[in-house]
Design a protein around this ligand. Structure first.
Ligand code: DNO
Length: 375
């Protein structure tokens, strides 16, 4: 297993590569070209330059006698254009053009040494929360989902809120272009069913997986977040059963999961199945996000510290299942609470501060090390 840490890039993240390098146990920096809209080809030179920043930090440290290196083997995400999910031209791009661009990007990432590419297949929006700075009783803040608010929310109001709340940083999945094309997309999804989405998904996989095999790049789909339909748009990567359906769309081992246990467990009845999900799909899990959520009886959920007893995700059982299965993929902590100065002078990207994710890693590695030491 390789432990990773997500980094949004120079000038786009309050956390620096040197901060990441000092977290014990981190071996992989999870990166992306965050300025690239879905559907656009990534240039080889841009890929090389971003990856070189990550490896250069190890070179500088090596000069001071540090031997542990950071690699750049995991990309989160190369976003899938809506034309691919809809199976038709939308936002000025045809499905097959968008797929060809995706293939070109995968080829270039493979050539550069990337091993896993994360993506999602959610219609229109990426992840959704109602409060990005929700106060927790301990004085920290965290991402929060208030069900009653979403039940009476229109997509238009949501967009305005996200724009106002995101502290001037572009959130992944909420890029200005995607928000701008919203009305066209809303109309395009009218009447689209779950079965339609599985059909377009299979078409996409059939087209891109041969490239993944040739260039040795594994694809890992991220579960829907939250894992249920929103605004009537069909989400198809939500439940334990959906994960099985999705994997059965294409048998190649290069088609697998980015098993985000926090997203998977954001549906209260799925949270108790987190360990089972790891055990069931282990050989097809290429990348995993391990974090915790706490459910409330009214349907709300809050993100909490990584420790198992803080919420409803058995993070100990999850790490034990990975260790017992000799998991050889990538894991990262996810969505920390915002701690200390992160609530005042050093506001990070929501969910992506330094401290709570660094603490989370030590907890996850503690379980991993304990299980392996007890063999
Ligand atoms: C949010 C993330 C998601 C995730 C994408 C994967 O913090 O978990 O934006 O990266 O859904 O494509």
């Amino acid at each position: 297993m390789k432990m990773g840490f997500r980094w949004y890039g120079d000038g786009n993240d309050t956390v620096s590569l040197d901060d990441i390098r000092q977290i014990p146990g981190v071996e992989t920096v999870v990166w992306s070209l965050h300025h690239k809209p879905a559907g656009e080809v990534w240039e080889q030179a841009e890929i090389a330059s971003e990856m070189a920043k990550i490896t250069a930090i190890s070179d500088a440290a090596a000069a001071r006698g540090v031997t542990r290196r950071l690699d750049a083997e995991v990309v989160e995400s190369v976003n899938v254009h809506e034309s691919i999910k809809l199976g038709r031209t939308v936002l000025g791009l045809s499905r097959d053009e968008a797929i060809q661009n995706y293939i070109t990007t995968l080829q270039r990432l493979g050539r550069a040494g990337v091993k896993v590419v994360c993506y999602n297949f959610m219609p229109v929006f990426d992840w959704l929360r109602t409060d990005l700075w929700h106060p927790l009783p301990d004085g920290s803040t965290a991402l929060y989902f208030e069900k009653a608010l979403v039940d009476q929310l229109t997509p238009e109001k949501l967009i305005a809120d996200m724009r106002a709340n995101s502290a001037e940083l572009t959130l992944p999945g909420w890029e200005p272009e995607r928000l701008a094309g919203f009305s066209e997309l809303n109309a395009a999804y009218e009447g689209v069913t779950h079965a339609d989405m599985y059909r377009t998904y299979a078409y996409f996989l059939d087209a891109v997986i041969p490239t993944c095999e040739e260039f040795d790049v594994k694809l890992g789909v991220h579960p829907d977040d939250p894992p249920f339909d929103l605004f009537g748009w069909p989400r198809v990567v939500s439940t334990m059963a959906d994960l099985g359906t999705v994997l059965a769309l294409n048998d190649s081992p290069y088609h697998g999961l980015t098993l985000c246990l926090g997203s998977f467990s954001a549906k209260a009845d799925q949270a108790p199945r987190a360990v089972e999900a790891v055990q069931t799909y282990l050989p097809r899990i290429h990348f995993s996000h391990v974090r915790n959520v706490k459910h409330y009886p009214n349907g709300d959920f809050s993100e909490v510290a990584h420790r198992a007893c803080e919420g409803h995700v058995d993070t100990v059982g999850v790490m034990k299942a990975y260790a017992d299965g000799d998991y050889s993929g990538y894991i990262r902590p996810d969505h920390g609470r915002h701690l200390w100065t992160e609530n005042t002078t050093n506001k990070p990207r929501p969910g992506y501060g330094l401290y709570d994710r660094a603490l989370g890693i030590q907890y996850l590695l503690g379980v991993w090390d304990a299980v392996r030491a007890s063999r």
